[in-house]
Write a protein that binds this ligand. Structure first.
Ligand code: NAP
Ligand code: G4F
Length: 325
């Protein structure tokens, strides 16, 4: 039975990836950090507690800030595959806590790579790189596009990305990065723009909210479905040769388009409810991200399945169901 270790397992992608690996027959170990409230709601479908011995799913306390705990866990678990999904992942917040973001999103990756290298160089390592690293580089962006990061978050991701390249070249490790464009789902964190919009549309529809305040409506993103994207992560670790891949849909929409589609799905005009608030603007914006996933299609046989309209509908339906109960 192959064994996987996932950091960030309590996040959006971690929860979908854990589900996928369990269906593929893996024993899955996830890293969670201690919090004052239970923060494993995304794992409710696969985790009932440590007494549930029939499941091949285990949770461990740890933190990307704690190198000794990472080293101990890697030594105890002896994973065949490590997926490093943990991060301070919010771009706007990274301007407010840049040092913390650099420490977790950047140096945290170094700590985990070292823990793996010191244990076994045959362990395969996946790094959650981000299209944010392309930043100001014009679209479409592919594996050949230069990085021009525009936030502490994307600078930290670029550092982590280059570390993986370096560990591959220096130590012959199977370390790869998926450069993933934005991917969303009903499990998306509530402060990312898509979920903020779908939650607000649902709340407004049932009379629980009056207005939605947003920042830049002109920004364009290549939005796909997280459930599709975790499949690409797994595929990258099954290849004969380690290589970095861009993962996206190849289509971009503006934040304005997203509002129009989400509110329109509930028969509302978004312009009646959306207002601008300068506080949601960023010191430096990434205007236009559009992935060119040709390499992933050709070498991994991967392509996104859920369309933009299906994604928005899925998220609105989920938020409407939650707000109506
Ligand atoms: P997410 O929902 O924000 O999840 C982040 C995860 O990291 C959570 O499990 C969080 O734990 C954990 N974490 C944060 N700080 C930690 C620390 N100090 N030690 C250990 N764990 C920590 O992010 P996501 O959307 O699933 O994204 C997964 C990864 O892909 C992230 O690295 C993100 O930057 C990257 N990425 C995401 C996208 C996207 O569009 N979703 C695109 C490209 C790259 P808590 O639950 O305790 O907060
Ligand atoms: O939803 P967002 O916060 O996502 P962003 O900044 O693109 O980052 C996400 O995708 C990256 C991949 O490209 C990941 F690496 C990263 O971890 C994260 O998952 O913002 C999307 C766009 C931005 O241009 C932002 O300025 O929406 C704009 N926006 C407008 N109003 C807003 C808001 N974003 C947020 N979060 N909140 C607003 O009120």
């Amino acid at each position: 039975m192959p064994t996987a270790f996932i950091t960030g397992v309590s996040g959006q992608d971690g929860s979908y990836l854990a589900e996928l690996l369990l269906t593929k027959g893996y024993q899955v170990h996830g890293l969670i950090r201690r919090s004052s409230s239970i923060n494993t709601w995304r794992l409710d479908g696969i985790y009932r507690g440590p007494q549930d011995r029939n499941k091949n799913f285990f949770l461990h306390y740890g933190d990307l800030a704690d190198s000794s705990a990472l080293a101990r866990l890697v030594r105890e678990i002896q994973p065949d595959e490590v997926y490093n999904l943990a991060a301070q992942s919010h771009v706007k917040v990274s301007f407010e806590i840049p040092e913390f973001t650099a420490d977790i999103t950047g140096t945290g990756t170094l700590r985990l790579l070292e823990a793996v290298r010191m244990n076994s160089r045959s362990t395969r390592f996946y790094q959650a790189s981000s299209s944010e690293m392309f930043g100001a580089s014009p679209p479409p962006q592919s594996e050949k596009t230069p990085f021009h990061p525009r936030s502490p978050y994307s600078c930290a991701k670029a550092f982590a990305h280059m570390l993986c390249v370096n560990y591959r070249e220096s130590y012959d490790m199977f370390a790869v990065s998926g450069i993933l464009f934005n991917h969303e789902s009903p499990r998306r964190g509530e402060t990312f723009v898509t979920r903020k919009i779908t939650r607000a549309a649902a709340n407004i529809k049932v009379g629980k909210q009056d207005l939605l305040y947003l920042g830049n409506l002109d920004a364009k993103r290549d939005w796909g479905y997280a459930g599709d994207y975790v499949e690409a992560m797994w595929l990258m670790l099954q290849q004969d040769e380690p290589r970095d891949y861009v993962i996206g849909t190849g289509q971009a929409h503006s934040v304005r388009d997203f509002c129009e589609t989400a509110f329109g799905y509930l028969d509302m005009n978004w312009q009646d409810f959306v207002r601008h608030d300068q506080r949601y603007e960023r010191p430096a914006e990434v205007d236009y991200l559009l992935g060119d996933p040709t390499l992933a299609r050709e070498e991994l046989g991967w392509s996104s399945k859920v369309s933009f309209e299906e994604l928005v509908a899925m998220m609105v339906d989920s938020d409407l169901a939650a707000v109506s109960t």
